[in-house]
Design a protein around this ligand. Structure first.
Ligand SMILES: Cc1ncc(COP(=O)(O)O)c(C=O)c1O
Length: 397
């Protein structure tokens, strides 16, 4: 049954997702050996919540009509993106600069394909979202890992060290902004630093901003398009799928205003025969609306409550240190203070606490002592996770 348009979202509701061909719950046993019947799924980055009612209504309308032919165009979605970006992020893209892709992993692959050659380097600032490296390597390009520095427990750029690592074989950099897994929202000065880095080394700058709407209350994200003198090398990636929990719709956007980059990207899209899926278009367009805004504000408050509960609970366990979350719903916890091997930490999390988490090593250099916990789940489950971790690491108290 679809939720009523007037009803406030109930993020506390436990929705059983088991047996729905859902990656997060139905793959935790094969991947981690943690049974979904007694375990907690805190890995894959989707939420255990329904999307806003306006999205559900859009799907129901299509289902009620019952004819599933080709979509006419993505123009309504591109208009909605203009409205959304203007309202939420203080800039309005030209609808003609927006391409609709099959999600952002697909968009990353398209950018790598369109703007680099096999063997060339693509720079990542690690630890970072694991699919970037996977796609780059699968395309036969080189992953160049530039480790982020730590300043008082938060990630910061280290341009001097990275300058010394460049060889001239690098063609592209991919920035995750806000950052997954560290949860940083980069400052304007840091973004200007990255834009200068791209210029200094003549790199195409891909800015993945999929988490830009999921900032904690009071934190402001700056879109890379608002940074001066970068438009001639910038491809910005955005999506509604993280914000509204519709990742299965597999829809995202590449926004590019430079005419030469745009023509090259359009040519690759055309050569691959890509066009959007009509369900994804309907869901994304419906989400970027006043109803969607209202739902998102409620979600941000809820996630902030989960964040406080999780960070306070985990920080109280000797040896565990969560990174303060500025955006995303992904908590990045350092276990180095336990003095345990990675295997022992994981055995306690997976076999004792029965929690499925993303292993820090999958995010590249710098992730070795960390594990990533997804807290976008009803608060009772977050409290349960904290209690289980306390018990699994009880001998350290
Ligand atoms: C930074 C980042 N980019 C892209 C994605 C996935 O994008 P999509 O589902 O549109 O392929 C994720 C998912 O967690 C992500 O964190």
């Amino acid at each position: 049954m679809s939720p009523d348009r007037q009803t406030a979202p109930d993020f506390d509701e436990i929705i059983d997702r088991r047996g729905t061909n859902c990656s997060k719950w139905d793959m935790m046993e094969p991947v981690y050996g943690v049974s979904p019947d007694e375990g907690l799924a805190m890995w894959v980055a989707d939420m255990d919540f329904r999307p806003p009612a306006c999205v559900q209504h859009a799907v129901e309308e299509m289902a009620a009509h019952g004819v599933y032919g080709y979509a006419a165009s993505d123009a309504a979605q591109r208009e909605a993106i203009g409205w959304w970006m203007d309202r939420r992020h203080g800039w309005r893209p030209d609808p003609g600069d927006i391409f609709t892709t099959h999600g952002l992993v697909n968009a990353t692959g398209l950018c790598v394909d369109a703007f680099t050659e096999p063997g060339e380097g693509v720079v990542l600032f690690t630890p970072v979202y694991h699919a970037f490296a996977r796609v780059i390597r699968a395309a036969g390009r080189q992953v160049v890992e530039c480790p982020l520095a730590l300043d008082e427990g938060r990630y910061v750029p280290d341009f001097e060290a990275w300058d010394a690592m460049m060889t001239g074989r690098e063609r592209m950099m991919i920035l995750c902004s806000p950052q997954n897994p560290g949860g940083r929202v980069w400052s304007r000065a840091e973004l200007e630093g990255w834009a200068e880095f791209a210029r200094r080394h003549d790199l195409i700058l891909v800015s993945d901003e999929i988490h830009c709407d999921l900032t904690m209350p009071g934190v402001t994200h700056t879109a890379m398009t608002r940074i001066d003198s970068v438009a001639d090398r910038l491809l910005m990636l955005t999506a509604t799928t993280k914000t509204f929990n519709i990742a299965g719709a597999h829809i995202g956007n590449v926004i590019v205003s430079d005419p030469k980059l745009k023509a090259r990207f359009a040519a690759r899209m055309g050569a691959l025969g890509l066009s959007p899926n009509s369900f994804g278009l309907a869901m994304a367009t419906a989400a970027m609306s006043p109803d969607g805004v209202e739902w998102l504000e409620a979600l941000r408050r809820y996630l902030d409550g989960n964040r406080r509960l999780f960070e306070a609970g985990v920080a109280a366990i000797p040896g565990l240190k969560p990174m303060p979350l500025e955006s995303t719903y992904l908590e990045w916890v350092d276990f180095s203070g336990t003095g345990m091997t990675r295997e022992e930490v994981l055995a306690r999390i997976e076999s004792e606490a029965k929690i499925a988490v993303n292993h820090g090593t999958s995010f590249g250099l710098g992730g070795e002592s960390f594990q990533r916990f997804n807290i976008a789940t009803p608060r009772a489950r977050v409290a349960e996770a904290v209690a289980r971790l306390k018990s699994a690491f009880a001998d350290l108290q």
